[in-house]
Design a protein around this ligand. Structure first.
Ligand SMILES: Cc1cc2nc3c(=O)[nH]c(=O)nc-3n(C[C@H](O)[C@H](O)[C@H](O)COP(=O)(O)O)c2cc1C
Length: 200
């Protein structure tokens, strides 16, 4: 089982970095032979999508569409394409994913998908046919889990992008709410459980 863990926080060693490590440990507990690659987005040179449409116009049968931007995404595309399962993790900033996570999602949107026919012609459909698995971890500074639906657009964006571009099905998610007050220790066991569930 090949797992890619995408860490979308700006801070290392803090909430999301800690929780993603817990989930990775859960993966290793459940499947010691799993190959896990952790991608720390802030360490990579990931430029903005320019809407050049080269990916959308490329051969729909290719496993990865051409992207003319010569940055670290070129190495990440095959890594992501060939994974069996994903962990996506991001703080909730202004109700949504971090800017670096959004930049990353925009870059995989049509390189790993092709223009499909449903629900509207041109919407992304995955280039891969094998079904992948996904867990999502998000954290919010202020908003407790009870009020999550008021402020968490991050989870739905990641879930939809992973379904449409990676053929990945959500098997579980964690909302670590109000971490400024509650801290992160209370969410660690849930993150580890999710990691186990991802590969079981
Ligand atoms: C620009 C910015 C916007 C934020 N917006 C929200 C928000 O809308 N709701 C919230 O509960 N916390 C918000 N936060 C707090 C972060 O969610 C919190 O610091 C983060 O989950 C901690 O993750 P980290 O330790 O991995 O950085 C925001 C933080 C920043 C820097």
């Amino acid at each position: 089982m090949r797992v890619v863990a995408v860490m979308g926080s700006y801070r290392k060693g803090q909430t999301i970095d800690t929780l993603i490590d817990e989930a990775i440990q859960g993966v290793r507990d459940a499947d010691p032979s799993a190959e896990v690659e952790k991608v720390i987005l802030v360490d990579r040179d990931i430029r903005y999508c320019t809407n050049c449409m080269a990916c959308m116009k490329d051969d729909p049968e290719k496993p990865i569409a051409r992207c003319p931007i010569n940055d670290d995404m070129q190495a990440l595309y095959p890594l992501i394409r060939n994974a069996d399962a994903y962990i996506f993790a991001t703080p909730v900033n202004m109700g949504a994913v971090t800017a670096i996570m959004k930049t990353f999602l925009e870059r995989i949107c049509y390189t790993l998908a092709r223009p499909g026919r449903w629900p509207i012609r041109g919407c992304p459909e995955p280039r891969v046919t094998d079904r992948k698995r996904l867990i999502i971890l998000v954290s919010s500074g202020l908003i407790p889990p009870l009020l999550r639906r008021l402020c968490d657009d991050a989870t739905s964006l990641i879930k939809t992008t992973c379904k449409d571009s990676l053929n990945a099905r959500l098997v579980g998610d964690l909302y670590a709410g109000a971490v400024a007050k509650r801290g992160i220790d209370c969410y660690a066991a849930a993150a580890r459980r999710l990691g186990r569930k991802l590969v079981q």
